[in-house]
Design a protein around this ligand. Structure first.
Ligand SMILES: NC(=O)c1ccc[n+]([C@@H]2O[C@H](COP(=O)([O-])OP(=O)(O)OC[C@H]3O[C@@H](n4cnc5c(N)ncnc54)[C@H](OP(=O)(O)O)[C@@H]3O)[C@@H](O)[C@H]2O)c1
Length: 334
């Protein structure tokens, strides 16, 4: 029932809402931004839009440096004044993510905007080299780790400039049609992440993509509750259904894209809108470029309980599996 009503709502907005680019008078001169998953799709389009509003320095975080070079060439054509750097980042590797964040802390004199956007969809169960299911690793754990590690340079910058820096996580409305009961109370007394890592609980299709995005919403709220919005405004957003290489593994989604999808550029507008506008959006979820209430399953007392459980599980897991991350330094409650 929830799935059907979410689907109808999604179709309605795809057909009636027109995503808007940033207004022309928004200027980002002097600012530095990081965009993950920046070589293609929504991340690429968002990076290009930020650069075209006067951004001074843009870090394209990419798995493959040669794809990053191609993206840089295109962004540079639109925004020749922007200093564009290509940094390697693989969210399936703890080492790569820690090295990336240390580089950001050491080499950037300022960091104003972080768009944590990289993600994937698969229809089969696959594991990342870390041992976690691939959506859990890339979409959730990788994003969560980077969000912690990049607090330091964002906070430092906000203290220098006397106004908040921005961090935005790309989510999806499918988060709210995830099999909630399994996440609220995983069977067999398992933890949330170990339940999702278990192939026995996998149903072919997007049964891992959806929960990976629900965890992203819960994580955003958990981390936001530990950050002072005077220093960092953290939010998450649904970019809508968009044409990109994202649906290539999913024939029925590719087919539906013909009728429903916005362009990658229109998807990118949602990312830049969330990362630059909406100063009142700390901890919030945006969809159709507006702050939207989250469903009861997230905002209820039970949702809060799960959010806290997820925070504890995630930070314990990172401490155990990625000790170099030294997250204590970044999780100081302000
Ligand atoms: N398109 C949609 O309809 C839609 C709807 C809702 C939400 N979203 C979300 O929007 C975000 C962007 O999706 P998109 O449509 O732009 O898809 P896309 O065109 O497939 O781009 C995904 C990006 O993520 C990167 N990525 C994948 N695995 C990675 C890893 N292990 N480490 C680092 N980067 C990795 C990809 O790099 P490579 O090119 O090297 O693979 C690519 O740059 C995702 O978080 C997705 O869940 C998309």
């Amino acid at each position: 029932m929830l799935y059907l009503s979410n689907f109808i709502t999604m179709v309605w907005y795809q057909l009636t809402f027109k995503p808007q680019p940033l207004p022309d008078d928004i200027r980002l001169d002097g600012l530095t931004a990081i965009v993950t998953g920046a070589n293609v799709g929504l991340g690429f389009e968002a990076a290009k839009e930020l650069a075209s509003h006067g951004l001074s320095r843009l870090i394209l975080a990419v798995r493959d440096l040669s794809k990053g070079e191609a993206a840089k060439a295109e962004v540079s054509r639109e925004a020749p004044e922007c200093d564009i750097l290509i940094w390697q980042l693989d969210q399936e590797s703890w080492e790569s993510m820690v090295a990336f964040a240390k580089r950001a802390s050491a080499e950037l004199d300022r960091l104003d905007i972080v768009l944590l956007n990289a993600g994937l969809k698969r229809l089969e169960f696959t594991r990342s080299p870390t041992g976690h299911e691939a959506h859990v690793q890339i979409n959730y754990l990788g994003t969560a780790l980077l969000s912690l590690l990049l607090v330091e340079p964002l906070r430092r910058t906000s203290q220098q400039k006397g106004k908040p820096s921005r961090m935005t996580i790309t989510g999806s409305s499918v988060a709210f049609s995830a099999p909630v009961q399994d996440i609220l109370e995983p069977k067999g007394g398992k933890g949330i992440i170990s339940w999702l890592d278990d192939p026995a609980s996998f149903v072919p299709g997007i049964s891992r993509y959806k929960p990976s995005k629900l965890l992203g919403v819960l994580w955003t709220r958990a981390l936001a509750a530990r950050l002072d919005s005077a220093n960092i405004i953290l939010n998450t957003l649904n970019p809508g259904w968009c044409n990109s290489s994202f649906h290539r593994v999913d024939a029925s989604a590719e087919w539906m894209s013909k009728f429903l999808a916005w362009s990658s550029a229109e998807g990118g507008y949602h990312l830049t809108d969330a990362a630059v506008r909406h100063p009142d959006s700390h901890g919030e979820y945006l969809s159709e470029q507006r702050i939207r209430p989250v469903p009861n399953l997230v905002s209820s007392a039970k949702g809060k309980e799960v959010q806290n459980k997820l925070w504890d599980e995630t930070t314990s897991l990172i401490r155990a599996e990625c000790p170099d991350a030294n997250i204590e330094e970044f999780t100081r409650v302000e």
